[in-house]
Design a protein around this ligand. Sequence first.
Ligand code: IPE
Ligand code: IPE
Ligand code: MG
Length: 260
Amino acid sequence: MQRPPHPAAIPEPSNPELPRHVGIIMDGNGRWARGRHLPRVAGHRSGVRAIRPVMESCHQAGVHILTLYAFSTENWSRPRHEVTALMQLFGDTLDSEVSQMHAEGIQIRTIGDRDQLSPRLQAKVGRAEELTSANTRAILNVAINYGGRNEIVSAVRDLAERGIDLTTLTTETLGGALYTSGLPDPDLIIRTAGEMRISNFMLWQSAYAEIYVTPTLWPDFGPHEIAGALAAYARRDRRFGAVPEPPAMLEEALRAPAGL
Ligand code: IPE
Ligand code: IPE
Ligand code: MG
């Protein structure tokens, strides 16, 4: 299977048993808070604190592209005060983290429909992306107001608006019009908090991703769990639907009539 090129200048993983791109469905903040008799928002705050050690341990392990699912297109249907608190938290986190990430050479990207975010948050996201766009040490890609279905629909609309003949549409053309254009597909998708579902995350890009689900709640997820996920990934047999050609001698033996 052909893989799209790695983004310019972002280092390839230090060994071929490592994923080039890891996506994480950061789930379980609410359960983490409930277990401590705290409001759900306290779980989200704790969830934000879990990000940096995970990012650093990925990088130290040799994985340089990380996508974090922070807010789905379906998450708007949460109680209004929770949505407001989450949006506030995204803005505050950008305020407090971007300059350090920039100093560390991290390129910040986002995927999702930005139009529904407040103009203030849109501006913060835009500034963070612009400031860090030339950084090449690692990519932190944050999925905010992201939904895989919306992404595909908006890509098709985009192509139609650009006058592309949709009757000749190819997987490459569509893939190149997605929010993730220029990023390799995720090789590994980790979901915390135990649910065995994809919840509209990277529907197109996850076609051949390895899935790793852990019961650990996102605020408790850290370098130790990353190491476990990467070790599990290294043991997977990724076949991409193919069956390798048997060695010629073996093939002859298999073809020999039975009983001889
Ligand atoms: C994930 O944690 C964070 C977001 C979806 C924003 P949840 O808030 O979904 O936590 P649970 O699933 O209720 O425990
Ligand atoms: C998935 O978690 C979305 C994010 C982690 C941002 P959800 O908690 O929204 O997913 P469901 O409701 O369990 O499918
Ligand atoms: Mg959840």
